[in-house]
Design a protein around this ligand. Structure first.
Ligand code: NI
Length: 174
């Protein structure tokens, strides 16, 4: 059975809701949701996906940093499912760099994000995990975490001048 779901696009109400925490990790429903997220992300050039993007307002994200056409410089990381994630910045330092979003096609922007964060989440078995993330992977996490708060990266910009069309973005990173 195919579990690739159409990705919600900006304007869809589900992208603006506070997502609900998961209370039943082992349930068939939650495990199917995780599979749908994994299968859907695998069909894209994205490096992360949040459940609201497949129209489910629940607190699950996948971080899957890997070099793709969208992010040729991305480090390789095993796709990681994070349930009910939280984070704490480990310093006040923020770095501004490029982001895009599968829910907001054709544009990119330079978004300020914390450089180093401590992340806590439950894994697919329900174990508490605590890790430190830095740089690109920390950025991907903060982007996906925002989706669980009903936010998108455009909400985090310092200026609208940091928004580029895809074609201008490709020229800017050359
Ligand atoms: Ni996104």
């Amino acid at each position: 059975m195919t579990s690739v779901i159409e990705i919600a696009q900006l304007g869809a109400k589900v992208l603006r809701l506070q997502a609900e925490p998961i209370t039943d990790i082992s349930s068939a429903e939650t495990q199917q949701l995780i599979k749908n997220l994994q299968d859907t992300l695998a069909t894209t050039e994205g490096v992360g996906l949040a459940a609201p993007q497949i129209s489910v307002s629940k607190q699950i994200i996948i971080i899957a940093s890997r070099p793709t056409l969208r992010y040729p410089q991305a480090p390789v990381m095993e796709p990681t499912v994070m349930i009910n994630p939280t984070f704490t910045p480990l310093s006040e330092i923020k770095v501004k760099d490029w982001e895009g979003c599968l829910s907001i096609p054709s544009i990119r922007a330079r978004v300020p994000r914390y450089k180093q964060i401590q992340v806590n989440y439950l894994d697919q078995q329900g174990f508490n995990i605590e890790i430190v993330l830095e740089d690109f992977v920390a950025r991907v996490f903060q982007h996906e975490f925002d989706h669980l708060q009903g936010k998108v990266y455009l909400d985090q910009l310092e200026s609208n001048e940091d928004i580029y069309s895809e074609s201008e973005y490709l020229l800017a990173i050359k």
